[in-house]
Design a binder for this molecule. Structure first.
Ligand code: HPA
Ligand code: ZN
Length: 350
């Protein structure tokens, strides 16, 4: 519940949310019950006996807010929980319901347009077909635009801890669905996986007309060199946006480059404060904003934070960056400017 009607009423554009990042314990339980498929507790190898037990496990694997966790412990427990969610999605109806769950939240927060990430490799490797996945998403995509007035496009992300060959195979398999897909991204565990590994598939996507973005996660485990590649070299001349990239706030040269190229950055405050000191996070976000870098606020993985959607991310940023309504309005306009919808569609977003 919000106590900030002004922020609630702003028409919003959300550019960084993983559809799999909204798979809460409750949604997992719903799908597994419906499909008659037990969920195995990875810590005990036994099926979860109740929703409460599953909720407890989900909460334990969620990173804790407040202290610095740059080591792999935080990353691994997050990914264990996150990829666990993929296994409960079995039918086209599951994919439809999952997407509708996002769209209903979006409509309630006055989100007018979203670019939604999905990770096809995470689905195909547990045996889901492209058709099951994309037909479920497609029906929801059309229904949301028609009935909820939430327009959207999808961004296919490659898992950077999978091979470049797998990325290319998935790229080709996605082409029949390209009316839904506006861009290509890069996510999953960044340790030891520079964006340059995926040069070939990004260059191909660029020449086929897709927009390009890539995650640069936050914390000392992730080198500035990855941000440099995203700015300057992936897909030939660099990406069209950067996802996260907050580490750049400590490097004047990188900030200058980002500004010079007009790259927007998607910023997801709840994702950072779950494993980095709060003061530092908001100082850095402010530093980017004050330097004139275009940032847009988004939610990343609401079910793996504190049930925090784009609205809650805007509110926490407003509070700790000390922004007034005018600055919050500017952030909303940044998102419109940064999005990959047509100019006509952008006019309808205000
Ligand atoms: N980082 C990298 N990959 C991800 C994330 C993230 O925060 N969320 C979902 N996939
Ligand atoms: Zn993300």
């Amino acid at each position: 519940a919000t106590t900030d009607p002004y922020i609630a009423a702003i028409p919003k554009v959300e550019l960084h949310v993983h559809i799999e990042g909204i798979i809460s314990a409750d949604l997992k339980w719903k799908f597994s019950q419906r499909n008659g498929q037990a969920i195995i507790n990875p810590r005990t190898n036994q099926p979860f006996a109740s929703l409460d037990e599953l909720r407890d496990s989900h909460d334990t694997l969620k990173p804790r807010t407040g202290s610095r966790m740059d080591n792999t412990e935080e990353t691994l427990s997050f990914f264990e929980a996150y990829y666990g969610g993929f296994e409960v999605l079995k039918t086209q109806q599951d994919y439809f319901d999952l997407a509708m769950d996002y769209y209903e939240h979006a409509a309630a927060m006055n989100v007018r347009y979203a670019e939604i990430f999905f990770d096809p490799q995470g689905h195909t490797r547990v045996g889901t077909t492209w058709e099951t996945m994309m037909c479920g998403f497609r029906d929801a995509w059309l229904k949301a635009a028609r009935d909820l007035h939430v327009a959207s496009k999808w961004i296919m992300c490659f898992l950077r801890d999978e091979s470049p060959e797998s990325a290319m195979q998935h790229y080709e398999a996605a082409l029949p669905y390209r009316d839904m897909i506006v861009g290509i991204g890069l996510d999953s565990n960044e340790v030891g996986r520079p964006p340059s590994l995926f040069d070939d598939v990004f260059a191909r996507a660029r020449s086929d007309g897709f927009r390009i973005t890539a995650h640069c996660d936050v914390g000392t485990s992730y080198p500035l060199e990855h941000i440099r590649q995203v700015i300057s070299s992936i897909a030939g001349t660099g990406a069209d946006r950067i996802d996260h990239g907050l580490n750049a706030a400590s490097d004047a040269e990188l900030m200058h480059l980002i500004k010079q190229k007009g790259l927007g950055m998607t910023i997801c405050p709840w994702s950072y404060i779950r494993h980095q000191p709060l003061d530092e996070v908001f100082q850095r976000i402010r530093a980017l904003h004050d330097a004139g870098v275009m940032i847009a606020v988004a939610s990343d993985d609401p079910a793996f934070m504190e049930d925090t959607w784009v609205l809650e991310n805007l509110l926490v940023l407003k509070k700790y960056c000390g922004f007034g309504n005018e600055e919050m309005r500017r952030l909303a306009e940044n998102a419109i400017q940064m999005c990959w919808a047509s100019d006509d569609a952008k006019e309808d977003m205000l």
